[in-house]
Design a protein around this ligand. Structure first.
Ligand code: COI
Length: 383
């Protein structure tokens, strides 16, 4: 390993580099009201054995509300239950909502940790600005997560590659059909014990590069983590799946030529000379915490990483010439996943390389699971 290269941090990375508040203090912001009918030990044990992605939920959720008079108020951790939402709630009509995704990992000594929660807190507030929603104090973001995971600590699985996936979200709850920012919001966190997003360990996935559909456009909401971006990805994803592909890679909407990202993951490209490229934050790409951490880990290894406008034509020419041998996708849910096949109109390639992907997967996964030293202070103890 060579000395770490100094990287220019993005605005979000700067915002995430705030001192992390003390877990006990932030947890006490969310009083707990215990679920009177939690899952039985047997039901929970089965849920923690048969892990899927996002199909089972823990006994509690965290919640608070916002209005202009009171600001954020009514914090609590309470029984997981369906919401009573007015059918005219703005979120149901105009999709004014944002969300985050992070994981709680059980370490071998039984303690429970999460990864860079201030990155998610900062990104949620960046998304809130774009979607004309109120910002959430970082203490509330962290407090909701700490308290929920403490109350539902027995829902954090311990089998390999498992975690408790945490889904913070903010929705426009005001009953109103006019098109303007709502005046009432709910913030919630739910928790779901999960196995790997893609089953089969480091099994390579196949990617279809779409030239017919885009997930985001310049000036649009692509850099915000909002449901509409994911809704827009469902049809292209369905069409790609019908052709046997696992995921879709999107190009920029302005020129239909520059690589952006997959439906819910950022992408990296390794050249045969050992250098690495990743699409630059164009304004329509979601900046991933995993993407950011991987750029740092590569810099730590002395691997030059360039954030660039990588065109599909260059990618195709690079693969044809044997100059590009390896690609991987990354995200909280997917962690680090090799891309084994990339195809689109007029091309279909197999990518043989997995060496760097496996190394980064093991290093990042090792940090998250307490098996590799956390040089950058990314881990935050919850329990
Ligand atoms: C995540 O990686 O946490 C995501 O939000 C991606 C996906 C599950 C929507």
């Amino acid at each position: 390993m060579t000395e770490s290269t100094v990287r220019q941090l993005s605005e979000l990375e700067e915002a995430a580099a705030v001192p992390v508040p003390n877990a006990d203090e932030v947890a006490s912001r969310f009083p707990v009201s215990q679920n009177p009918t939690p899952a039985s030990d047997e039901e929970r044990a089965q849920a923690l054995r048969d892990l899927d992605f996002g199909t089972t939920f823990s006994d509690h959720l965290a919640i608070e509300a916002w209005n202009p008079e009171e600001g954020w108020h009514g914090r609590s951790v309470e029984a997981y239950a369906p919401l009573a939402l007015d059918p005219s709630a703005a979120v149901l009509h105009y999709g004014q909502e944002i969300f985050e995704g992070l994981k709680a990992y059980r370490w071998a000594d039984g303690s429970v940790w999460t990864f860079r929660p201030t990155f998610n807190a900062a990104r949620m507030n960046q998304s809130a600005v774009r979607m004309a929603m109120p910002s959430l104090p970082v203490e509330d973001f962290l407090g909701s997560i700490v308290q929920l995971v403490r109350v539902d600590a027995n829902w954090v699985p311990s089998i390999p590659d498992s975690a408790l996936y945490l889904r913070p979200m903010m929705i426009a709850s005001e009953p109103f059909l006019g098109v303007r920012p709502a005046r009432e919001y709910l913030y919630l966190v739910i928790a779901s014990p999960v196995g790997p997003y893609f089953k089969g360990g480091l099994k390579p996935v196949s990617i279809w590069v779409s030239t017919d559909y885009h997930r985001a456009a310049p000036g649009g909401t692509g850099a915000a983590k909002t449901g509409g971006n994911y809704a827009a990805s469902l049809l292209p994803q369905q069409l790609a799946a019908q052709q046997g592909f696992d995921q879709v890679c999107y190009l920029d909407a302005a020129t239909n030529s520059v690589l952006e990202e997959l439906g819910g993951m950022n992408v990296f490209v390794r050249r045969a000379d050992g250098t690495v490229l990743t699409p630059a934050l164009s304004g329509s790409i979601l900046e991933g915490g995993t993407r950011s951490a991987i750029m740092q880990l590569l810099a730590d290894r002395g691997v030059p990483v360039t954030e660039t406008a990588l065109s599909l034509a260059e990618l195709v020419a690079g693969i044809e010439a044997g100059e590009i041998t390896e690609m991987f996708a990354c995200g909280t849910a997917a962690v680090v996943t090799p891309i084994g096949r990339i195809a689109g109109d007029g091309f279909d390639f197999t990518l043989p390389g997995t060496e760097l992907t496996a190394a980064i997967h093991d290093e990042l996964g090792g940090i998250q699971r307490g098996l590799v030293p956390d040089r950058h202070g990314w881990m935050y103890r919850l329990v």
